[in-house]
Design a protein around this ligand. Structure first.
Ligand SMILES: [Fe+2]
Length: 354
């Protein structure tokens, strides 16, 4: 039911008695509730109309609560919705899973009504976009730290990158942050591109080293824009041909930094080629088809999708409209097989449903 003035919550829980109980509590607290027996339905409902809050059980048949969170954050660019995960476990892996999904908080099962209410009201009162602020996305923790203890948990993994590459990664992450902060991108474009690229990479079963390289390449892909003045970087109007040439230097700016650095060949190559097009009409080298490295093709699709769903100067497309646009440009701008996989991974693949 559409109740103007009410905050909207999408709830997903596969145990009917718990779902009903939670709906009753939230309705009493002034929410308009949309109850769902599984994650896929919750995702569809949230895509139909972005909610203020999602309450998601972590273990559900089909799509888990953390899968729903990840899709909404990375695919649908829903930065404002608060996401509360209900979990029966609180071990390190679960914490990590919840954090990496973009959820804001979790409550541990079993819980009483008072605990649940408090968790919801604390979450709704937080200012800003807590999931983005809770974690420093630019520190490259997984890339730049070895195993260490933090808050009782083991964090980070061995990097496989040499000291020189790590130092460069830190520099480039600062450049990427400055590009975002100076308004070259809509909020969290760089994070979204990296998240989408990693969702795609999961399908290709890339090695941990290649996953880390893709994460760094995602973060670094537009960091070269940091060298541009604000007059070009944050311009709303069209650029002159000379200014366009300068913008088009950004992939090479970063790839040159990583070239010849031990263990960073893929990062250099994937960043360099993220503006190539499948039909050979891209830049900087005019590569076509499978001559474009897979990591670069992944970044290209993720970058284009993110740009469409969060663009600043024209109305942003929703994820289904952007999916249609990707389909339209498959085989010319994008690797058609990769577009098909992207649509499958993002659950945007069946136009008949939409
Ligand atoms: Fe770019």
């Amino acid at each position: 039911m559409d109740r103007p003035g009410y905050r909207r919550v999408v709830l997903a829980e596969d145990e009917p008695a718990i779902l009903t109980a939670l709906e009753e509590v939230l309705t009493a607290d002034g929410f308009e509730t949309v109850g769902c027996p599984d994650g896929l339905m919750a995702l569809e409902k949230a895509r139909d109309r972005p909610p203020d809050l999602l309450v998601l059980d972590i273990n559900m048949p089909g799509l888990s609560g953390t899968d729903v969170a990840l899709h909404l954050r990375m695919v649908d660019a829903q930065a404002d919705a608060r996401i509360l995960i209900i979990s029966g476990r609180e071990d390190y892996r679960t914490h990590r899973l919840i954090r990496d999904s973009g959820a804001d908080a979790f409550v541990l099962k079993p819980f009483d009504v008072t605990t649940f209410r408090r968790a919801v009201s604390e979450l709704m009162e937080l200012p800003g976009r807590p999931w983005l602020e809770a974690r420093d996305w630019y520190t490259l923790e997984e890339l730049t730290t070895g195993p260490r203890r933090r808050g009782g948990f083991e964090t980070g993994v061995p990097t496989g990158l040499c000291e020189e590459a790590l130092a460069l990664a830190r520099t480039v992450s600062l450049m990427a942050r400055s590009v975002d902060e100076r308004g070259a991108h809509p909020p969290y474009h760089t994070i979204q591109v990296t998240g989408l690229a990693l969702m795609l990479a999961a399908r290709f079963q890339l090695s941990p080293e290649h996953r880390r390289a893709l994460r760094l390449a995602g973060l670094a892909h537009d960091a070269g824009l940091a060298l541009l003045p604000d007059s070009i970087l944050a311009r709303e109007g069209p650029l002159s041909p000379r200014e366009t040439d300068r913008v088009r230097e950004h992939p090479e700016t970063i790839s040159r930094l990583f070239e010849g650095v031990e263990g960073a060949d893929e990062v250099a190559s994937w960043v360099r080629h993220h503006h190539e097009r499948w039909d050979g009409s891209g830049y900087p080298d005019g590569l076509a088809g499978e001559a474009i490295p897979l990591g670069a093709r992944i970044l290209t699709v993720a970058d284009a999708f993110s740009a469409m769903t969060t663009r600043r100067y024209r109305p942003a497309l929703n994820s289904r409209e952007a999916a249609a646009e990707l389909r339209h440009c498959a085989g010319t701008q994008f690797d058609p097989d990769l577009v098909a996989i992207f649509l499958e991974v993002t659950l945007l693949g069946d136009p008949g449903n939409h």
